[in-house]
Design a protein around this ligand. Sequence first.
Ligand SMILES: Cc1cc2nc3c(=O)[nH]c(=O)nc-3n(C[C@H](O)[C@H](O)[C@H](O)COP(=O)(O)O)c2cc1C
Length: 359
Amino acid sequence: MPEPLKFAYWVPNVSGGLVVSDIEQRTDWSYEYNRELAVLAEHNGFDYALSQVRYMASYGAAYQHESTSFSLALLLATQRLKVIAAVHPGLWHPAVLAKFIATADHLSGGRAAVNVVSGWFKGEFTALGEPWLEHDERYRRSEEFIRVLRASWTEDDAQFAGDFYRLRGYDLKPKPLHLPEIFQGGNSTAARAMAGRVSDWYFSNGKDFDGVRDQIAEVNAAAEPYRRTVRFGLNGFVIARDTEAEARETLREIVAKANPDAVHGFRDAVQQAGSSTSDRKGMWADSSFEDLVQYNDGFRTRLIGTPEQIAHRLVEYRALGVDLALLGFLHYHEEISYFGTKVLPIVRALEAERSALTV
Ligand SMILES: Cc1cc2nc3c(=O)[nH]c(=O)nc-3n(C[C@H](O)[C@H](O)[C@H](O)COP(=O)(O)O)c2cc1C
């Protein structure tokens, strides 16, 4: 019996919401708003929350709360939700982060996870006085980072001799209650190779069915030589409304009210970040203006329409091998509840029908 599709939401811990648009967004980046949201999400069938890491203002995001501390606060405010803290190698020693996450794991009864992101925002690194590595070097560093995290969580006298990090008999105690799950962002060739070698989960930018099929095949091929299984999370921006016309109208308005300077600034930064890949297959390589209005190409997943339409698409994605849907919304509080009460029950009913057919 296939496992049911899991659900995560993007934590709005950065101001401006999940779309770079001046459309009204009844979403707030404050702790109070987010604490209520996390509780609502776990009562509405969400398994995970994913925080964002950004250290300074940029492209539609003037204010930010720090990801690891904010994630811990959300863990302490909830009972079942797993919270994935986004982290940048290069700005943390991985064993220090391993210690932080081990403590968060104990404080939350084993619900802490990490999303290792290799970075696109050069200005942030240079403002912090840190070197900005060439694209594939960032991934070489991220892979070492993940190896050090795991060694710290599982070995008593951890040794590691890398180009970026070293351990000399590091003894992290207490070990985590449950081995924290390691997610990664990034869709380039280097990202897929790293997922195959070391990550538990691979996050993809928004994609249509063909795009997902190809991406899953490539990630599986990268994992196969290591006899590993990498689970697949797909980003999608949800606009669920009672009628398809309303949902389409909302998308039209988001794009019509996009802030062109912010979108173009973001486009230039991400293209610069991907420009040193040898095959130009970075995450935003073929993103249009409309795609970039949602930072992670979330409109491309087409979770836009009535609850029935969205549920059918989600179940199709599940059949293609998507394990987790990572979702963003315009008006978080109201839309997470709408999703949980209107869309999710249809997803579960369709999944039950499909598994009855395959028995
Ligand atoms: C699901 C997901 C979440 C991400 N979260 C962040 C983040 O919080 N902060 C950040 O700087 N980059 C984030 N990124 C972007 C990565 O740092 C990276 O720049 C991007 O994935 C491009 O990688 P690529 O060149 O390998 O495709 C995220 C990427 C994905 C897919």
